[in-house]
Design a binder for this molecule. Structure first.
Ligand code: ATP
Ligand code: MG
Length: 251
């Protein structure tokens, strides 16, 4: 009897714990990255240890050249891990096969590039659809997600325009809509509001906040205090290191 009661309590604790505990989305150990430059190397990331739990809204700040974009590129599997370790949901990125990395890029990460990276020959709508088609979603689902995302960023009536027919801020919002439509686990944005005025910038931040409230994660670089005010936590980078150093655990 005593054994049975103890067994049940252990089960409840284990079950309760698994429900309550937050998963770690990213974990880095001694992460370093350098760019080759002629015979030299530019050390962009000089040793970072951090943990980012799921459902976080993280902002990354720091002076120009401090390594913000490089860090995002590592988190988004755009640059390879060279030294140290980087885990995504417990899986070491450096040990993933190309196929696994492509799956992560396609389904789990929505990346908003500083320079938008829209296809010039495709309309706003097609730029979003292209990436959804690569997720092999049914046609109706692609259409529904594209419409929802374009409406969210207020660009539905501009859906037939190509990037050259859109303003910088509109292009940035298409890039944001594209990331949202993928319905990824994490949205990573390199200064995603830099081309937007205060009102549109705030609107986009509200949309991203809602994304986090639905259990997802957002990681953004920024120089803007308005953007930082939306974050649960800010990582300040200086010369490729997190200011304050140590093992930064975001909670
Ligand atoms: N492709 C590259 N080749 C060589 N060096 C690079 C390259 N990209 C970045 N760097 C260097 O790596 C360091 C970090 O650059 P990074 O772009 O990550 O900085 P950042 O914090 O994003 O700056 P900004 O605020 O200006 O966008 C800088 O010294 C930069 O000159
Ligand atoms: Mg940058």
């Amino acid at each position: 009897m005593l054994f049975n009661t103890a067994y049940i309590i252990i089960c409840i604790n284990l079950f309760g714990f698994s429900l309550l505990s937050e998963k770690i989305l990213y974990k880095s150990i001694g992460l370093k990255f350098s760019y080759p430059l002629e015979k030299e190397k530019v050390a962009a990331i000089q040793g970072m240890d951090f943990e980012i739990p799921e459902k976080s809204f993280v902002t990354i700040s720091g002076p120009s050249g401090s390594g913000k974009s490089t860090l995002l590129n590592l988190l988004g599997l755009i640059e390879p891990v060279q030294e140290g370790k980087l885990f995504l949901l417990g899986q070491e990125i450096g040990r993933m096969s190309e196929k696994e990395k492509n799956r992560v890029r396609r389904y789990q990460v929505g990346f908003i590039f500083q320079q938008f990276h829209l296809f010039p020959i495709l309309t706003a709508e097609e730029n979003i659809q292209y990436f959804l088609t690569r997720q092999t979603l049914p046609k109706q689902e692609v259409a529904a997600r594209t419409k929802e995302a374009l409406e969210l960023v207020g660009l539905w009536e501009h859906r037939k325009k190509r990037p050259s027919e859109l303003s910088g801020g509109q292009k940035q919002r298409v890039a944001i809509a594209r990331a949202l439509a993928k319905q990824p686990e994490v949205i990573i944005g390199d200064e995603p509001t830099a081309s937007l005025d205060q009102k549109n910038g705030k609107g986009v931040m509200e949309i991203l906040k809602e994304f986090v409230e639905r259990g997802k994660t957002v990681i953004l670089t920024t120089h803007d205090s308005m953007v930082q005010s939306f974050g649960d936590m800010n990582l300040h980078l200086v010369d490729g290191r997190i200011e304050g150093g140590g093992n930064v655990v975001l909670a």
